[in-house]
Ligand binder design. Structure first.
Ligand code: AKG
Length: 257
């Protein structure tokens, strides 16, 4: 994978206006095969001890989520930290970026429920909220049938909405009546294509009605200089951070030029 994915000024402008963008053929050929195989092997290993027949919480019914694979799986690490992806995040946000975390999001066939409409940044323990962004990589073709992503353009400017409880989601219009009348955009992706969304942009993914797993990995970036708010979060808690501390340790590497 070489470093630079060509991004036009129009694409950067569209991302900044709409709060999301679809980018095609970001990871291709052997890289795509290797990345997909590495993530699949990691998810398999991470979930090997789980009883498939265990009762699942409503959150677990949405997807299998495996966080920070890059810490534990050397075959995943070079892809998650790759400058080609980090530079996309940097050019779209206009800022130098650090990795916040990755997570594989595998929606199970038939039983994988919808991912409710939500914004991401309210869940994160960051004092700055406006420029985090996620590159969501389709590891195989992703369509309406198996749970592709949709976005509500412009909602990245809606800063004061309460976080949605993904396990017990409320109606979107009850949470965010301001989104009424804005038409969502659904992005079907070929394997290796991505969507990028601002952490404040409302997004959704449908249920997986197909016979196969919906395999995706989301890589989340934050501007260099982002500081810790002190709110509990599974990624930050083990790191014993202090409020106001910059998230600039080895766990949050700089990933853009
Ligand atoms: O993969 C999904 O179903 C949802 C992903 C998501 O919410 C995200 O990447 O922020």
């Amino acid at each position: 994978m070489n470093d630079d994915y060509p991004l036009s000024i129009q694409q950067v402008t569209a991302y900044q206006r709409d709060g999301y963008i679809q980018l095609n053929e970001v990871i291709t050929g052997d890289d795509l095969v290797q990345f997909r195989d590495a993530v699949n092997a990691a998810v398999k290993k991470d979930t090997a001890q789980l009883d498939p027949n265990r009762p699942k919480s409503s959150y677990e019914q949405i997807f299998i989520q495996c966080v920070n694979l890059w810490h534990r799986y050397p075959a995943v690490k070079p892809f998650v930290l790759h400058r080609r992806l980090g530079n996309i995040a940097s050019k779209l946000s206009g800022l130098s970026v650090r990795l916040w975390h990755d997570h594989a999001l595998f929606k199970e066939p038939h039983t994988g429920a919808k991912t409710p409409w939500h914004q991401d940044t309210p869940y994160w323990p960051h004092q700055q909220k406006m420029h985090q962004l996620t590159i969501w990589v389709a590891l195989q073709d992703t369509t309406i049938h198996n749970g592709c992503m949709s976005f509500i353009p412009g909602t990245q400017r809606m800063l004061d909405i309460e976080p949605v409880n993904l396990g017990e989601p409320q109606d979107l219009y009850a949470v965010a009546p301001q989104t009424k009348g804005i038409k969502p955009v659904t992005c079907e992706l070929k394997a290796g294509s991505v969507t990028v969304h601002n952490g404040m942009t409302f997004h959704y993914a449908g249920p997986n009605r197909s016979d196969g797993m919906r395999e995706a990995i989301a890589i989340i970036y934050m501007p260099d200089g982002t500081t810790y708010s002190g709110s509990p979060h599974s990624v930050a808690d083990p790191m014993k951070l202090t409020v106001g501390q910059k998230l600039d340790t080895e766990f949050f590497p700089l990933v853009s030029n």
